[in-house]
Design a protein around this ligand. Sequence first.
Ligand SMILES: [Zn+2]
Length: 250
Amino acid sequence: MSFLESRAIVLQVTDYGESDKIVTLYTSQFGKLKAIAKGAKRSKKRFVNKLEFFSLLDVTVVPGRLSSLFLLDNAGLINPFPALRENYHRYTAAMLVCELVNQWTRENDRDENLFQLLCWCLHELAATGSVAATVIFFQIKMLDLLGVGLQLDHCLVCGKMEQTALPHHFSPAQSGIVCAPCARSQGIGRMPVSMSTIKTMQVARTMPLERLRRLKITRHSLAEMAAILQLYSNFQLQREIHSWKQFSLA
Ligand SMILES: [Zn+2]
């Protein structure tokens, strides 16, 4: 048997049969993987308090011989993020980012930067910063890392982006912005978005993680960004992200 080790974040946990659990992990070494934790429902010692949503672990897994399902051999708890479990707003935010990573990624598609981004996000959510802004910044950065980032620099139809009194529009199918005149003349775009929101998203995507906390966003822009990102995920993934329902910007 080959034993593989990695640092990992728990994205999802489900019961399996009478005594086992299946955990979905995002690992620094192998990307997303699913592993069966034998006896995890019964054993009080081996995996106690470890196989919880968004816990940071050091895991040892064994590749399955007949399927993509790994065997979870061992898990060491590095950080259970207690601050996220004691506050409902922060808890729902952490659940949302885990569901987003789970839905947007494929198994065994390693991305060390995405793992680091997820760790940054959980640490920020556990700290005193803005929960809503952290979740928004996380998504903008995640989409860029996955190569499905939004086109924000120019209109997808005419290539320009001029300041107008009318709002521009977001098109989830075309992954970007259609300017106000084009949206009007061609009937494209499903969601109005102001120029100041577009500019803030452009700044956020290039700003280093350690400086993002200082970026100020108006409540109006925060609401527009959340609406755009929710629509985009639901449209591109062709499924609803359930955690959006529990999460609020307040
Ligand atoms: Zn245009």
